[in-house]
Design a protein. Structure first.
Length: 117
């Protein structure tokens, strides 16, 4: 082995999967930032770290199951993310699908605000 110690980060980097902290950061942007800002930041991270949109969708879906939200909002969010993953499997444009991800979370955010009132 090239290294005496193999860390969790090494495994993620070797397999090309997004790091959990990257997914948390992306989720934070999706839930808190305006559309244009989220798009810019996620695009930059995707390019800088070599992340694939389909991997981001897969990991964000798991993140959605962990956070607390009303079940109707969670169901819609998961359904929309599944549709995005399906479109990506057919080779749809990554930029359009990133916009769809952000749009999905923008709708979820609105539903969460409405549910809180």
């Amino acid at each position: 082995m090239a290294s005496e110690k193999i860390t969790e980060e090494d495994v993620y980097l070797c397999t090309g999967n997004p790091l959990p902290r990257d997914i948390e950061q992306i989720s934070h942007w999706l839930l808190n930032e305006p559309f244009a800002e989220s798009y810019k930041k996620i695009s930059e991270m995707k390019t800088r770290k070599g992340l694939a949109i389909v991997d981001i969708v897969r990991e964000i879906t798991m993140f959605v199951f962990k956070i607390k939200m009303p079940s109707n909002v969670r169901v819609q969010l998961i359904n929309d993310l599944a549709d995005i993953e399906y479109r990506l499997s057919f080779g749809c444009n990554d930029k359009l699908q990133l916009g769809a991800i952000i749009s999905t979370f923008t709708h979820a955010r609105s539903a969460l605000v409405a549910a809180a009132k």
